[in-house]
Structure formats: structure tokens, C-alpha cells
Ligand binder design. Structure first.
Ligand SMILES: Nc1ncnc2c1ncn2[C@@H]1O[C@H](COP(=O)(O)OP(=O)(O)OP(=O)(O)O)[C@@H](O)[C@H]1O
Ligand SMILES: [Mg+2]
Length: 299
């Protein structure tokens, strides 16, 4: 299939998805109506465990989902359900006990510059490097580009996140939100196949968090990167995502998959948005028949 054909196929599928009723497509309910193009990221029957000399902790149990190019795919679930573990496995830091992860048809066997993670913590930037150096450094370190190209790309993405006046500042001179913008610019500068974000705005105050969500969506409109975003906030999932995968409590299993493409920051508070929140809330609180463990409330 040529690139043009592929883009047409994706556009057709996106139209079909857009035509589907909001939150009506549940993964358990059956296949989607149109044959989909090959997913960019495929997670199949993924079981992940932590092994210590004393015990084995199962973090996820046979989780599967497909992420398509330019998706804003959300992993939503209560604390301890394995969201961060899933992200770490996709980043290549944790090997599966069972199942597989493929990116662009290739099995993920370790970390690579095609998957970059943005974490919740504000201290993910080396403090001795300026904003510009922080963004350019990984490009040089991974041998992706030469010095000039690295600097040019760094400038480009620093501008995209609105930090040009702070290009020569050090992390300690920035607010938490600004540091997260640097981390996002640094991640996008590597032009990863998929951007992995683990509760990136959870430590910010409510107003800054809202602004960061808005900026992330504006950036996505412009760059159309593929995003895998972890949150335990239902509202954030509906605002940021176009698709939401809901996980059960520990060990995480896939409870269902939902379309949320109709929602954005402007929909917060509308009747449809509230109904969607309620539905997801209900699913989060349901007792899991397989484990008979009541779902803990999302924080
Ligand atoms: N390094 C580790 N060693 C052993 N067990 C771990 C380790 N990291 C996480 N776990 C366990 O794996 C399970 C999943 O943890 P994970 O951090 O993926 O959850 P999460 O969904 O990201 O939670 P939160 O919303 O609180 O960040 C939990 O039961 C946790 O205690
Ligand atoms: Mg986590």
C-alpha cells in the first residue's frame, strides 16, 4: 500500500470512528465495523511481573490493545493497576512474561529512540544543562543527528512549547509546568514513533494542568504525533484522548475500550461529558467478576 493509500485508509477509518456513538464501542462488545489498517503499536496478551527473591508480583494480566498512527491513546485505571509498568514494558525496560509488543511490525526487545517517555517528576532534566542543551543532548547522544541539526531541532521544539525566551535558562530557574514543557520538547525533538507519557501533569496545580492539557492538544494538532498517555483521572482521559483503555485494579486487565474523540476542554461540564464521566466512573467502581475485588476509587 502506498503512503497516500495508507493515509486515505487511515482517514476513512478515522471518519468511521468519528461516526460511531460516543463511548459506544466497547472492546468486549465485538470488532469495529471497518477493517482497520495495521496498528503502529500492538500490545498482545501482555503479562508483566516483578520478581524478587521473596515473591513475584503480577502487574498486568494478558492486556491487549492496538494503537494507530496519530492516536491519543489513554491507559486509565486505579493506582497500582500496572499503568506505569505497561509503559515501561513498551519503552523496552521490562520484558514480557507472556505476550508481545510490536512497534511498526517489529517486536520490541529493548529501549530505543523510537519510544520516548515523559514522566510525572519534575527532576527528569539534568540540572547542569540549559533548556537548549537538555533538548539537544539526547539527539547527539543517540547519534541521531549532527550538532547543527540537533541545535536547530532543539530550537524548533522549544519554540513549539513556547519556551524560546528561556532557552538559556537552567531547570532550577523554571516552574514545574515549564520543566514539563522542556521534557515534552525534548521527547518530540527525537521524533519518536510513539510518545509515552506517564501522568505528566499529575503534580501540577489544577489551572496549570488544564493549560498543559490545552497546549498538548494544540501541539498534537500541529505535529500529529502518536501518544500513549497514562492517567488515573477520568476527566483528563476524556479531554486528552481520542481512545481510552480502562484497566481493572491490580493485576491490571483490560476492562473495555472507549471512544472519546468527541470531547475536548470545551466539553468539560456539558451533559454528554458528565454522562461519559459517570459511565467510566461506574466501570471503575464495578466489582471485577474474575477477581471479585472491588475497584478502588481513582485518586
Ligand atoms: N519495582 C517493583 N518491584 C516490585 N513490585 C513493583 C515494582 N514496581 C511496581 N510494582 C508493583 O506492580 C504493580 C503495578 O505498579 P505500577 O507502578 O505499574 O502501577 P500504576 O498503575 O502505575 O499505579 P499509580 O497510579 O499509583 O502510578 C503494583 O502492585 C506495584 O506494587
Ligand atoms: Mg504509575
Amino acid at each position: 500500500m502506498s503512503l497516500v493509500d495508507e493515509r486515505r485508509a487511515i482517514a476513512r477509518v478515522q471518519r468511521d470512528i468519528a461516526a460511531a456513538p460516543v463511548l459506544a464501542h466497547d472492546a468486549e462488545a465485538g470488532p469495529a465495523p471497518t477493517p482497520l489498517p495495521a496498528p503502529l503499536l500492538r500490545v498482545s496478551d501482555l503479562t508483566l511481573e516483578y520478581r524478587t527473591p521473596e515473591r513475584v508480583v503480577r502487574a498486568t494480566h494478558r492486556v491487549g490493545f492496538d494503537v494507530y498512527e496519530a492516536d491519543r491513546f489513554i491507559l486509565l485505571g486505579p493506582s497500582g493497576c500496572g499503568k506505569s509498568t505497561l509503559l515501561k514494558a513498551i519503552a523496552g525496560f521490562i520484558p514480557p512474561v507472556e505476550g508481545s509488543i510490536t512497534l511498526g511490525g517489529e517486536v520490541v526487545r529493548g529501549p530505543g529512540p523510537d519510544r520516548i517517555v515523559v514522566f510525572q517528576e519534575f527532576d527528569q532534566l539534568p540540572p547542569w544543562k540549559t533548556v537548549a542543551q537538555n533538548v539537544a543532548f539526547p539527539l547527539r547522544a543517540a547519534g541521531l543527528v549532527g550538532r547543527r541539526e540537533a541545535e536547530a531541532r532543539a530550537r524548533h521544539y522549544i519554540d513549539k512549547v513556547g519556551l524560546t525566551p528561556f532557552a538559556d535558562s537552567y531547570p532550577h530557574q523554571l516552574s514545574g509546568g515549564m520543566k514539563q514543557r522542556v521534557a515534552i520538547a525534548r521527547a518530540l525533538a527525537s521524533q519518536p514513533k510513539v510518545l509515552l507519557m506517564d501522568e505528566p501533569f499529575a503534580a501540577l496545580d489544577a489551572l496549570t494542568r488544564r493549560k498543559m492539557q490545552e497546549e498538548l492538544l494544540a501541539l498534537w494538532e500541529e505535529v500529529r504525533f502518536t501518544l500513549l498517555f497514562v492517567t488515573h483521572s477520568i476527566e483528563e482521559a476524556l479531554v486528552v484522548g481520542n481512545r481510552v483503555a480502562l484497566l481493572s485494579p491490580h493485576p491490571g486487565r483490560l476492562r473495555g475500550e472507549y471512544n472519546s474523540h468527541d470531547f475536548n476542554l470545551a466539553s468539560v461540564g456539558s451533559a454528554a461529558f458528565q454522562a461519559a464521566v459517570q459511565r467510566l466512573h461506574g466501570r471503575l467502581f464495578e466489582t471485577d467478576p474474575e477477581t471479585s475485588v472491588p475497584v478502588a476509587p481513582a485518586r
